[in-house]
Design a binder for this molecule. Structure first.
Ligand code: PLP
Ligand code: ZN
Length: 423
C-alpha cells in the first residue's frame, strides 16, 4: 500500500482514502467499482525498467511498488509456499500458429501454468494477502469455477479458511479442485449471477472478506501483472508493449486489469504505445459485444440470459462491465463474438500449434484471433499476444468433445500395423 493515493469511483470519479472504503463507492452501491490510484512519482523512485530487469524474483511479487499490498505481509505469506509462485508465466513465440493465419509476430501468454492452473491466481493472490492484512477469519467468493479454485488453493497454501459459492453447472474438475483444497463449497442451484448476489449478501451478513470480481477493487490490481510481464518479456531489459492483445471476457475483470496495467506503464513513461485490446466473448454470452456495438455505458446494461460451453466466460451481467468497455474504447480495440464450435475447434488447434492445452474460455482467445484476422482487425505485421487463461485439464468433457476419441486396439503388433496402414 506504500504508493497508493486512494480509490476512485469508475462512475462518479469521487476519490476516497484506501482506509475509508472497503469495496465499492457508497454512492453507487454494488455498481460503484473503484480504480486504485497510485502516486507514480513515488513508484518511479522505487522502481525502474532497469531495476526490474535486474530483479531475480520470478513471480508477481517482483512488482511490489505497483501492488496494493503490504510487502511485509506478502513476503511472509509467500515465502516457501505456492503463493510465492503466482505469475511470471511463459510467453511463447507461436510462429506456426502465426504462419497459418498469415501473421508475422504472435505470442501466447501461458497462464495455464499458474499454481491452480488459471489466470485467476493473480487476483486471488492479492485477495489472500488483503484478507490477512485485516486478519479476516473467513474469505469468500462466487465464481464460475476458476476464481474459486484459485482462492481455495492459495488459501490452503497459507492456512486461511474460505467459503466458495459456485453454480451447480460448474465443471466437475473445478469442483473437485475446490474440495481437494479443503474449501467449504456451496453449490448454488442457480446461475453464476445468482451465486454472485448470494455471496455478496452472505459476506456482508457474516463479515467475511470478499474477493468477488469487480466488487473488490484490488482484484484488477492482481490481474494487471500479466501485462507488466508481457511488456518485460517482449522488451529485453526495457519494457515493450505489443500492438494488440486478445483477451477472453466474461465479467471483464481481466481485460479491465490489463488496461489498468498498461495505463500504469504509460503513466510511468515506460511504454511508448497503448496496445489495442480485443475482448472475445462466446456468441451465446456476449452482452459486452452488444453493449459495445450499441454504444451503451456499463451502467445502462441489463442482465441477459446466457449460455456457452466456455463456462468461465458466461456472465449475464458482466460485473466489471464499466472497466471492460472502457478498456476497449480507450484503446481503440474491439469486442468480438465466437461460436461454441469455433471455441471447441480452437482447443486442438492451439494445443497442436504451440503445445498449450487450454480450457474452452481460454481457447476462445485464439478463436477470436481467427475472427479478428478475417475481419481485418489485426494487421499481418503487427505484434500480437493472446492470453491463454486456463488449463484444458479443468474441463476434459469439452476437450474430449473437441479432440475426439483414440483408436482402441487389441494388444498385439498386427493391430498397430493395421491402424498405421489406415492412416
Ligand atoms: C475468469 C476467466 C476468464 C474471464 O475473465 P473475466 O475477468 O471474467 O472477464 C477467461 N478465461 C478463464 C479461464 C477464466 O477463468
Ligand atoms: Zn461513485
Amino acid at each position: 500500500m506504500q504508493h497508493i493515493l486512494g480509490l476512485r469511483c469508475t462512475i462518479c470519479g469521487a476519490e476516497y482514502a484506501a482506509h475509508e472504503i472497503e469495496y465499492v463507492c457508497p454512492r453507487h452501491g454494488n455498481d460503484g467499482i473503484l480504480d486504485v490510484v497510485y502516486d507514480y512519482g513515488a513508484v518511479q523512485r522505487a522502481l525502474s525498467p532497469r531495476l526490474l530487469a535486474a530483479n531475480t524474483e520470478r513471480s508477481i511479487w517482483r512488482y511490489f511498488p505497483l501492488l496494493p499490498v503490504s510487502p511485509e505481509v506478502a513476503r511472509s505469506l509467500a515465502k516457501g509456499t505456492v503463493l510465492g509462485h503466482v505469475g511470471w508465466t511463459p510467453l511463447y513465440p507461436a510462429s506456426r500458429l502465426a504462419a497459418a493465419l498469415g501473421l508475422k509476430h504472435l505470442w501466447v501468454k501461458d497462464d495455464t501454468r499458474q499454481p491452480t492452473a488459471s489466470f485467476k491466481d493473480r487476483a486471488s493472490a492479492v485477495a489472500v494477502i488483503k484478507a490477512r492484512e485485516c486478519n479476516a477469519a473467513m474469505v469468500t467468493t462466487a465464481s464460475t469455477g476458476s476464481a474459486a479454485a484459485a482462492l481455495a488453493g492459495l488459501c490452503a497454501a497459507v492456512d486461511q479458511r474460505c467459503v466458495i459459492f459456485v453454480p451447480r453447472t460448474a465443471p466437475q474438475a473445478k469442483v473437485a479442485q475446490l474440495l481437494a483444497y479443503g474449501a467449504q463449497v456451496l453449490l448454488v442451484d442457480g446461475s453464476y449471477d445468482q451465486a454472485f448476489d448470494l455471496c455478496l449478501e452472505a459476506a456482508a451478513t457474516f463479515g467475511w472478506y470478499n474477493r468477488n470480481t469487480a466488487y473488490n477493487p484490488y482484484m484488477s490490481e492482481g490481474k494487471k501483472t500479466a501485462v507488466y510481464e508481457i511488456c518485460e518479456q517482449l522488451g529485453y531489459g526495457e519494457l515493450r508493449a505489443p500492438d494488440v492483445i486478445l483477451i477472453p471476457v466474461g465479467d471483464g475483470c481481466i481485460i479491465g486489469g490489463i488496461h489498468k496495467g498498461l495505463r500504469d506503464l504509460a503513466a510511468l513513461g515506460w511504454i511508448d504505445r497503448m496496445p489495442r485490446l480485443i475482448g472475445v466473448q462466446a456468441e451465446g454470452a456476449a452482452p459486452l459485444v452488444e453493449a459495445w456495438e450499441q454504444g451503451l455505458e456499463g451502467w445502462e446494461m441489463k442482465p441477459a440470459a446466457v449460455h456457452s460451453v466456455a463456462d468461465s466466460i458466461v456472465a449475464g451481467l458482466p460485473r466489471d462491465r464499466i472497466k471492460a468497455l472502457r478498456a476497449v474504447r480507450e484503446t481503440g480495440g474491439a469486442f468480438i463474438r465466437v461460436s461454441d464450435e469455433e471455441i471447441l475447434a480452437a482447443i486442438p488447434t492451439l494445443a497442436r500449434g504451440c503445445g498449450v492445452f487450454a480450457e474452452p474460455a481460454a481457447a476462445a482467445a485464439y478463436a477470436g484471433l481467427v475472427r479478428a484476422v478475417e475481419k481485418g482487425l489485426v494487421g499481418a505485421e503487427e505484434r500480437i499476444v493472446i492470453l491463454v487463461t486456463g488449463s484444458g485439464l479443468k474441463d476434459i468433457t469439452s476437450a474430449i468433445k473437441a479432440a475426439g476419441t483414440p483408436a482402441l486396439i487389441a494388444p498385439d503388433l498386427e493391430a498397430v500395423r493395421q491402424i498405421l496402414g489406415s492412416l
